[in-house]
Design a protein around this ligand. Sequence first.
Ligand SMILES: NC(=O)c1ccc[n+]([C@@H]2O[C@H](COP(=O)([O-])OP(=O)(O)OC[C@H]3O[C@@H](n4cnc5c(N)ncnc54)[C@H](O)[C@@H]3O)[C@@H](O)[C@H]2O)c1
Length: 253
Amino acid sequence: MKLNNKVAVVTGAGSGNGRGIALSYLREGAAVVVADINEDGGKETVSLAPEDSRVISIRTDVTKKDEVENMVAQTIKEFGRIDILVNNAGIVSFTPFLELSEEEWDRVHDINLKGPFLCSQVVAKEMLKQNNGGRIINMTSVEAHVVVSSSGNCQPHYNSSKGGLTMLTKALASELASYGITVNSIAPGPIETPFTEMGLKNPAIKKWILEQVPVGRVGQPRDIANAAIFLALDESDFITGTTLFVDGGWTVK
Ligand SMILES: NC(=O)c1ccc[n+]([C@@H]2O[C@H](COP(=O)([O-])OP(=O)(O)OC[C@H]3O[C@@H](n4cnc5c(N)ncnc54)[C@H](O)[C@@H]3O)[C@@H](O)[C@H]2O)c1
C-alpha cells in the first residue's frame, strides 16, 4: 500500500471528489479525517470505508478558524500527526459579473480561497512541529486557467477564487519548501459529482461538455483520487508549486 502510516485530512470529503480521495487514501493504508460542513455526507463517507479503516468524520466549516483549529486538534488527538492535507471543499455558482452581489462574491471566495488559507496555515504549523515534511494538495479547476461559459453560465467569482488558489499554491510552495512540505494543485475538468449533476443531466450541456474533452468522456472522482495519491507519495518530493491537470485534455485545445 502506497500511503501506509500516513495521516490525511481531506476537506469536503462528504461528497464527490473529496469522498473519492478519502476512500482511495484509505485503500492505500492512510488514516483519514473527513472534514466537511455536511455532517451526514461525512458520516456516509465513513460508512463506505473498507473494513478496519482508520477514519473519522469531523464536522468542519473551513471558513471558520476556530472550527479548523478544533478539527486539527481532534485529528492530532485521534491519530497523533498530519502528513497530508487536501483542500478540496469548494462551491460553484453561476452569476454574470454585472448581476453578482457582494455577498455571493464573498461566499465563493470564503469557501474556495479563505478555507484553503486557514486549513493550510493551521496544518502547516503542525507539520513544522512534526519536522518530517508534508503534502498540501489544493483542488483548483481548469477554470483557474480558462473561462468556461457554456450557454451564458458565467462564474467570474469562481474563476477568481480558483485563480487565487493557484497562486496561493505557488506562494506556499515557495515558503514551505525548506521544511520539506510540498504544495501542489489538481485542476479538474468536468467530473461526475453532485457539483456537475444538473449540467450533466441536460443533454445539450452534456454534449457541449463532451465536445470540449479530447478523451471523449466525463471524468470520475477516481481520476482525481489517482492524481491525489500521486502527489501525496514520498517519491513526489521534488514536485512543488505546480498544477496537475486532470481534465481529459480540455485545456490543450
Ligand atoms: N466536479 C467537477 O467537475 C469539478 C471541476 C473542477 C473543480 N472541482 C472542484 O472539486 C472540489 C470538490 O467538488 P465536487 O465536484 O466533489 O463537489 P461536491 O459538491 O460533490 O462536494 C463539495 C463538498 O464540499 C463541502 N463543503 C462546502 N462548503 C464547505 C465548507 N464551508 N466547509 C467544509 N466543507 C464544505 C460540501 O458539503 C461537499 O461535501 C471543489 O473544490 C470544486 O471546485 C470540481
